[in-house]
Design a protein around this ligand. Sequence first.
Ligand code: TEU
Ligand code: CA
Length: 543
Amino acid sequence: MDAPGREWWRDAVCYQIYPRSFQDSNGDGIGDLEGIIQRLDYLNDGTPHSLGIDAVWLSPTYPSPMADFGYDVADYCDVHPDFGTLETMDRLIAECHRRGIRVLLDWVPNHTSDQHPWFIESRSSRESPKRDWYIWRDPRPDGSPPNNWRSVFGGPAWTFDERTGQYYLHSFLKEQPDLNWRNPEVEAAMLQTLRFWFERGVDGFRIDVIGRILKHPDLPDNPPNPEWRPGDRERFSQLWIYNHNYPDVFEAVKRIRKVFDEYPGRVAVGEVFGTPEEIARYYGDADSPGLHLAFNFHFIHERGHVITPWEAPVLRRIIANAEATVPPFSQPCFALNNHDRSRFVTRQNHDGHGLERARAAPLLLLGLRNTPFLYYGEEIGMADVDIPPERQQDPARFRSVGRDPERTPMQWDASPGRGFTTGEPWLPFGPPSPNVAEQDGDPDSLLSLYRRAIWLRKELPALRAGSLTDLGGDDSVVSWWRQAPGAPGVAVAINTATVPARAQLPFLRGRIVLCTARAREGERAGGEIELPPLGAAWIAEEA
Ligand code: TEU
Ligand code: CA
């Protein structure tokens, strides 16, 4: 399946499935593992009629009270009955592997559910052998929490437990107590959960909020953020220096990596936040590696909650920063969407041109030197869905509506159940278009563009594995050049302006192999080409 000596994940196109929302197989309105199995041919049937996905990442599928829809894990070594059983997961892994699709699960090491047996034991008494598995502290003399840390989802990061008279720390919901990674027993127990799944054939993990697992040992107050203004989100009111990307995290990551190395071919992809330098640090060093890959979300947001504009100079800076910082033994890992963020089409629609930008998006994401992650529905241009107050599910309210709008069920067709369910979906569908059925046979559809992009990437070594050189560009055009030994070079050019623009190419003879305007594909290209408004193209060198 792979070139000898080259790890599969370097060439892979990955696809995030939010299991509740991909395919329901039993009419309860909740997506499940059996449903995912039914849809695997859509992801990769070995032909360019399918998307050509190489790996799926499933958001958490473990037993959970679902306070945070599975990111509150009650048992790391089982499957939630809503999704199936361990047997279904074994079959899903086998069915994926039969199609050459790798399987990544979601590992949540920072916190468990408050219903996890470890926490139930820990909170039972101050003398519990598991007391120190979580982070318990006495109140301050006035009864207030031990420090000023705020929860990511708002409110204090501490909850007082009447029974034992202490506070416990939770970086997210109070139903998600933080594990104490300074206790070696906790680390050992968590690492064992990785081995459990590796033994069952899982190919790797996306690691949830890895940057928070170790805090400053003294838990000091965080300093106020001087840039914060009333009305900004509360969690930005302080600088997270003692509970986020704290230096000890980077050493723990290396110990976690060693468990991955016990099982050949496995990959660790971290959900990390920070500057390009902080992201790069998660990869570790050549002689003591950390994560294989660390997500770079800068195309979504660079700092805090400010949406990254679709502007050539900004995109160019993000690419240059990643190229300059990620160590040479690995490569960047970009995503334009995930289950926590407003979808691209909506995010980039301030002037009504969101869908046009969404056509250029795959040429950016799949044209970069990186392991790209798509989010289900991105390939058909799904937008955020308005959720009426009585249907809202997500308890996290850092946006007024939480994260439900980007988590709505996959739209397979325009039927009442959208091909997703025969029952009542757990979140409303929104309008029946876009959907897979309407785009499937249409060569001009976004879905067809994604399919062509992914299959071309497999065919062109320069795109899959080549080096990247910035081609300069200007305020309208961001462009770069991909090159691999013995293979035709490929130029990627993206016009972020709403008027036509010209892109300079570094060779005299080439051909457009992919374009947001399909009619342009096959066109010969000289030293420069004209790009349509918000358009993009891949141009391959010809001998
Ligand atoms: O997210 C971590 C996280 O901090 C982001 O959710 C982000 O800060 C947030 O969306 C607000 O901007 C991960 C998971 O992806 C998320 O779904 C979980 O809720 C969270 O961890 C807790 O496990
Ligand atoms: Ca179901």
